[in-house]
Design a protein around this ligand. Structure first.
Ligand SMILES: [Zn+2]
Length: 261
């Protein structure tokens, strides 16, 4: 599913090609995809005649500012992608079908130049809202400081993986990025968060930063070193030990019983 890195690719695509083009029509064929009381008529009225002026991101939430109108909030859900003029950003075929079935275009705007921006979502778990409450999300993971991480971990008795994936505490980390960072830091995903000592918090903070930097350069959340062993029977790329497969924080989790403690 899209994590911070994939949403960032979508943000960059909107920034590069979706801004400053007058909107002449809004296409919202799926009322269920509109959230928080938004209606097809309401979103049409709010956006028609305006331009998108800035593309921001907080965690996995895309925030697109308009000239004098509301902030357009786009959620990619489990399988969403942004298309501009019918082209998508990033590497296709990884977490969703790349076919372009018309019904998968859940929301879009048409520009006066004939182009368009669409949110395509085969699984229909994303959504659109206006003026989303950005503060329900914690600080973006790319800005995570050691002090913030320590404060989050110290007061939680949840598994460390659950704290990292809690979007209200740290925004943007999903299953793959979290497993990769914990694997790099040598920390068991199921460890009670408050039991990490100072050195482990430092190692985890560095691992989150490194994971985001390296995987961004490589092209996405699926490019981690640990990814190659994410299947039953997979061996730890660091020490060759068979990885353990468990459910932690409600998600399928792979970790190394030898070097993650
Ligand atoms: Zn290992």
């Amino acid at each position: 599913m899209p994590e911070l890195l994939e949403v960032e690719q979508a943000r960059a695509l909107i920034e590069a090609r979706g801004l400053g083009r007058p909107i002449v029509r809004v296409d919202a064929p799926d009322a269920w995809f509109l959230k928080r009381g938004l209606t097809p008529h309401g979103v049409e009225r709010a956006l028609r005649g305006r331009e998108l002026v800035t593309a921001r991101r907080r965690g996995k939430l895309l925030l697109v500012d308009t000239d004098g109108g509301p902030v357009l909030g786009l959620h990619l859900g489990m399988s969403g992608r942004i298309l501009i003029d019918d082209e998508a950003a990033g590497d296709p075929l990884l977490y969703a079908s790349n076919r372009d079935v018309p019904e998968w275009r859940r929301f879009g705007v048409r520009y006066s130049d004939g182009g368009s921006l669409y949110l395509r979502d085969p699984r229909r778990l994303g959504g659109v809202e206006l003026d989303p409450d950005e503060d329900r999300l914690g600080p973006d993971a790319t800005t995570l400081t050691r002090a913030h991480l320590e404060a989050m971990l110290r007061r939680s008795r949840a598994p460390v993986k659950a704290v990292l994936m809690d979007q209200s505490r740290i925004a943007g980390l999903g299953n793959l990025l979290t497993d990769e960072a914990l694997w790099r830091a040598g920390i068991d995903p199921a460890r009670t968060a408050s039991t990490l000592d100072g050195d482990e918090i430092t190692a985890l903070h560095r691992a989150v930063r490194t994971t985001l930097r390296v995987l961004r350069r490589r092209g996405g959340s699926h490019t981690g070193d640990h990814m190659v062993a994410r299947f039953p029977g997979g061996l730890c790329p660091r020490d060759g030990t068979p990885l353990t497969r468990r459910t932690v924080a409600g998600r399928t989790t792979y970790s190394c019983p030898r070097h993650q403690h």
